[in-house]
Ligand binder design. Structure first.
Ligand SMILES: *[C@@H]1O[C@H](CO)[C@@H](O)[C@H](O)[C@H]1NC(C)=O
Ligand SMILES: *[C@@H]1O[C@H](CO)[C@@H](O)[C@H](O)[C@H]1NC(C)=O
Ligand SMILES: *[C@@H]1O[C@H](CO)[C@@H](O)[C@H](O)[C@H]1NC(C)=O
Ligand SMILES: *[C@@H]1O[C@H](CO)[C@@H](O)[C@H](O)[C@H]1NC(C)=O
Length: 406
């Protein structure tokens, strides 16, 4: 068992294949130092606004060490056992993720942004804020342009309304398209509560309660579907034409198009399975897809009547069709992975639980959690800095990642 960071570093280095050359290292070190400084500045700024633990100095130091450390050791370990990689085998760096509203997509985004930090990838970002578009397909102009001598962005995972042409305009042609969908009733309850009670969306604030809404959704919905978070919102995020959204044969055609365009569509309600499928598909490591649950907006499971369920389904026909299609496909995907998939799930879930405990416990002096090698993963460690990144708000993390474009 590896107990200290130094030992871990030593054993990891022993496995390293790609020793980088001196020159590149020196240039890299400069860039690294710059990025670390910027990230530190961002962390400092962020910590002033957020309520973070009192152990600030120690945590910041750990954050800087962690960022340096991951940049020093991005080589691929040799002789890994059991790390099943997706088609092509190698670790994939070109990813488009469609951030669908109220579908656990911020957690997926956190995973992708952390990956971009550890591999120093270029992420396509809005010029300011963290949203490219919530309403229209024409959002390219809101994005930062490519840095000089960079042919394309590696990752895009901020809110957009899906527009394949715009996505492809600035990403590599071999980008992997990933989406996510959620069971429509759960997605609706989450959206309704969040946009009505927390965000204060006008049309929802007028609704007395959820059953009143469900007895006649049309009465409360804005005429303009773009301004709604409760009218087939998932399909809208996937770029469906709002004018034809009630035409079943158009919806079916559009889902067929999405099925061809997206390589992998995750299911929010099956999040751990989704992370493992994604890990395998992208050839990433277990550490890359760890996450900490965000329980901030936990909803009571609503007990709707049959009548209400029918009303909801009738109004959100496109979202049900979308969810059912990708949910069935997901079942097939998981089944095709074989029984090893379940074994990896167990390991992953138990590692995640340890990480959650480690990150939630500020009392011990342990700065690192060591995770032993398993059939599914090489040994690795999780630092308090990792905890910070895993629990950072979307805004702060986007700001930290933006510094990589400078
Ligand atoms: C640890 O610190 C975090 C961040 O300040 C806080 O949210 C959490 O409640 C703390 N946990 C414990 C067990 O004190
Ligand atoms: C990273 O590499 C630099 C230069 O090789 C070295 O000075 C530094 O100690 C390393 N940091 C960590 C945390 O491994
Ligand atoms: C519905 O969509 C189909 C396929 O796109 C189209 O052929 C048909 O004309 C549409 N029907 C109506 C009533 O608009
Ligand atoms: C959807 O795409 C998958 C491949 O990702 C394919 O196996 C499946 O047959 C497609 N389903 C439909 C209904 O076209």
């Amino acid at each position: 068992m590896i107990t200290t960071q130094a030992e871990w570093l030593h054993s990891n280095t022993m496995h390293c294949l790609n020793h980088k050359q001196g020159n590149r290292n020196r240039r890299k070190t400069k860039i690294i130092l710059l990025i670390v400084l910027f990230v530190l500045a961002t962390l400092l700024a962020w910590q002033r606004y957020a309520e973070v633990d009192t152990n600030t100095a120690k945590t910041e130091e750990a954050a800087v060490t962690e960022l340096r450390f991951i940049r020093n050791h991005t080589c691929t370990p040799k002789g890994q056992v059991g790390t099943k990689t997706g088609p092509g085998g190698a670790e994939k760096h070109h990813v488009f993720f469609l951030k669908v509203h109220k579908a656990a997509s911020t957690t997926v985004q956190n995973v992708l942004l952390r990956f971009s930090l550890s591999r120093q990838l270029k992420v396509m970002l809005p010029r300011s804020g963290h949203i490219l578009s919530q309403r229209k397909k024409h959002w390219l102009a809101r994005a930062l342009s490519l840095p000089p001598n960079v042919p394309a962005f590696d990752i895009l995972c901020n809110h957009i309304v899906f527009d394949e042409e715009a996505v492809r305009a600035r990403l590599y042609p071999d980008s992997i398209f990933i989406g996510i969908v959620r069971e429509p009733v759960d997605q609706f309850v989450s959206a309704f509560n969040y946009y009505r009670n927390r965000y204060g969306t006008k049309y929802l604030k007028k609704v007395p309660d959820i059953s009143t809404y469900l007895s006649n959704p049309e009465r409360w919905e804005p005429r303009d579907l773009e301004g709604s978070y409760t009218n087939n919102r998932m399909s809208f995020d996937f770029g469906i034409d709002p004018v034809r959204i009630r035409n079943q044969s158009y919806v079916a055609d559009y889902i067929e198009y999405l099925n061809k365009t997206f390589h992998l569509v995750l299911i929010s309600g099956r999040f751990d399975e989704s992370m493992i499928l994604m890990r395998r598909y992208l050839g990433w490591k277990m550490k890359d897809v760890l996450y900490i649950k965000n329980n901030a907006y936990k909803n009571k499971k609503s007990a709707f009547t049959e009548k209400q369920k029918i009303a909801h389904r009738r109004f959100n026909m496109a979202d049900y069709a979308l969810y059912e299609h990708f949910s069935n496909l997901f079942d097939k995907r998981v089944a095709a992975e074989g029984k090893e998939f379940r074994e990896e799930m167990q390991v992953y879930t138990s590692v995640r639980n340890s990480v959650e405990m480690f990150c939630g416990d500020n009392s011990t002096g342990n700065d690192y959690l060591n995770v032993d090698a398993t059939l599914w993963s090489e040994g690795f460690y999780v630092s308090k800095a990792n905890c910070i990144l895993m629990t950072m708000t979307e805004e702060s993390l986007v700001n930290a990642v933006r510094l990589q474009l400078l």
